[in-house]
Design a protein around this ligand. Sequence first.
Ligand SMILES: [Zn+2]
Length: 332
Amino acid sequence: MKLRFVWNCDVLIDLHSHLEGRVRPDTAAELAAGLGVPAPDGGWERAIQLDGPADLTVYLAKVAVTYPLFRSLEAARRIAREAVEDASTAGLDYLELRLGPATHASDESGIDAVIAAIAEGMREASAATGMPSGAVVAALRHHDVETNLAVARAAARFAGEGVVGFDLAGDELLYPELEPHRGAFAIARAAGLGITCHAAEAAPGPAAREAAEILGATRIGHGAHIVDDPETLRWAADSGIVVEICPTSNWYTGAIPSIAQHPAPRFRDAGVRLVLGDDNPLQTGSGMREERETLVSTLGFGPDDLAALDRASVDAAFLEPSTRRALAARLP
Ligand SMILES: [Zn+2]
């Protein structure tokens, strides 16, 4: 019975997943050889995959090991294409894929070229598989204001051309200030992009509310610490903000001490709208089906809770109207 409602879901929508967390180890090895990037000790699979729960530093190092592979635009395009293909093979119905283009831009390939290559790879795979996908361009907390403004302007140029959203990612403890990024997010909003923000993942709960008020976020990435602050939790429920939960990722980064202590049930009980993501599935070894199963087997989600999550996912996805209607029509 449990398996029936986990696996026979009406829609499987991933709203928080990073491109750098979807690089196939075999592809990494092949690209590295072509690009002259030295093979990491122990090989690419070991370099990318975590053995188990760790801390944010170790987790981010496993993500960052893929960065040199994006130096070539053709490599970036291939990685994006394969990420969407893999999501379709895993049974997903829609994937939003995040990427920080400024990290991958170089003197030869600027921010626009990086976004164009990744959007093209995603478009190719969506056309081939029939699974829609959209890119969410991320500004990074540790980048300067000018860089993030340039990223926002580039994302805006690709609005409707593969880019659907704008995000802020990076180390929230070292760089908690949101005010410097107000301008970049204004540009993204003016272009019609959906707005999300990694917030209250490492910082205290009120950071989520600041992301909504300063940046205009309608979705919050992780938001694990919202539940620690009763006032912010009430605000989250009342405002209708959507929290993108990624349980295994939070455990592996050390944001929560065990998977059983993930705040998903407390969000649900407070009436906060939830959607699901797998964050960096090749680093954690846990994709969307595993995350959904965790909600049921470890966090006590029942069929009604999953139905609410599916509804919120269709509503909150940065989708164009016809795709949203098609997915909504599949909901019970
Ligand atoms: Zn993330």
